[in-house]
Write a protein that binds this ligand. Structure first.
Ligand code: XIL
Length: 381
């Protein structure tokens, strides 16, 4: 079973920029020309506010910190943009590079949001994490309506090669395939029911990675998935299905560098420490590196005041990162947002007591929370 890195194609250690981005070579600090000057928030907890920003730890540990956000040309919150620049050395477009945004009509591309992000990132010494090329969601209607293998293949070819070539040299990693697993769909092997699976079978995953690799030979490529952490039947079947898929892709020499763990955590759940550790060891054994790509900690189901929930959230995150780091240091940790002011979770989860969710490292006033301190500790390596 532990076929190990022998199975990994030779290209895993080449060329050097990809190896360097993955931390396989010595990590170099990213220059940060034009970094926006820090501002000290009014209600700052000074013991945390005086700490160095999360991005600074990369120099010592090699682990980058990223956060997701909207494109600066649609994001009017300048204070938040300042915080991104202060804390993060990776910017993750939350929606700007999804298919529905970049190719709303067949062959008619719109990169205005992506370009705004690339420009913002370059100005602030950040790298851009490309999210995402192939997903079942955020598709324009025309793509969801594809019915034949020929049409689906042509759409993937055009979309991936156009988008990846356009941002070559500006993207530090691409989430090529997002959420390929959904045992709840009750299809063979726990694969998610998507237009891509229906038209092409599971071969669409291999195809997508080969197209991405052809368009950009050096940027690390990830397969991104979620809910594999817990001691629940759902997490168990997801771990099983994902590992089997990763094994299959290795057997085919599919050019994938990393398993990206979305890590949308739920503070009311229990980790399956033993099983999660074994799963991550198997993934590493297959020659994949780990990234944490969409971290947040949901507190919709736990009682208590803001301060009490912040403690529970920090503990939960600490336990999770302890498990991951006990297996391997991830290449990067990105949170899905930076401040509780903007979190996708608010649209989905409502607390019964009406209190706001607190899933991110900064509170709604952009002050650092306990969760921030946990991240700082692990990012320092
Ligand atoms: C979410 C965005 O945050 C929302 O703004 C959008 O409405 C839906 O998508 N997993 C992913 C992300 O891979 O792309 C999702 O982002 C959150 C779950």
């Amino acid at each position: 079973m532990e076929t190990g890195s022998n199975m990994a194609p030779k290209s895993h250690l080449r060329p050097t920029r990809r190896a360097a981005l993955l931390g396989l070579l010595s990590a170099t600090a990213i220059a940060s020309p034009g970094l926006i000057a820090p501002s000290i928030p009014a209600e700052a907890d000074f013991s945390l506010e005086l700490e160095p920003p999360l991005r600074s730890h990369m120099r010592q540990s090699g682990i980058r910190y990223g956060c997701a956000g909207a494109a600066p040309n649609v994001q009017s919150d300048r204070n938040l943009l300042e915080k991104f620049a202060i804390e993060a050395n990776i910017f993750v477009p939350e929606g700007a590079l999804k298919w529905a945004t970049t190719e709303p009509k067949p062959g008619k591309f719109d990169f205005s949001q992506g370009d705004s992000i690339a420009e913002f990132a370059a100005r602030n010494g950040m790298l851009v994490h490309g999210h995402t090329l192939v997903w079942s969601a955020a598709l324009p209607q025309w793509a969801s309506d594809l019915t034949t293998a020929k049409e689906a293949r042509a759409a993937l070819e055009r979309h991936i090669s156009t988008q990846v070539s356009r941002y070559r040299g500006k993207i530090w990693a691409w989430d090529v395939v997002n959420e390929a697993i959904e045992p709840g769909d009750r299809l063979e092997n726990g694969y998610r029911n998507s237009v891509w699976l229906r038209c092409l079978g599971i071969d669409y995953v291999d195809l997508a990675f080969r197209l991405a690799r052809d368009a950009d030979p050096i940027t690390p490529l990830t397969i991104n998935d979620y809910e594999i952490e817990y001691d629940t039947p759902s997490s168990r079947s997801r771990r099983q299905a994902l590992l089997a898929l990763l094994q299959k892709l290795r057997d085919r020499n599919t050019p994938i560098d990393c398993l990206a763990l979305q890590s949308h955590l739920d503070a009311s759940e229990n980790f399956d420490r033993r099983e999660l550790t074994a799963f991550l060891h198997s993934v590493i054994g297959l020659g994949y590196r780990l990234m944490i790509t969409e971290l947040d900690v949901n507190d919709y189901n736990i009682p208590g005041s803001d301060a009490e929930r912040d403690v529970a959230i920090a503990r939960h995150l600490d336990e999770y990162l302890d498990i991951v780091f006990s297996v391997a240091k991830p290449v990067s940790i990105a949170t899905w947002g930076l401040s509780d002011r903007y979190t996708w979770m608010r649209q989905i989860y409502k607390r019964k007591d009406g209190l706001q969710l607190r899933p991110l490292p900064l509170d709604t006033n952009l002050n650092r929370k306990r969760m921030w301190a946990v991240l700082a500790r692990y990012l320092a390596g």
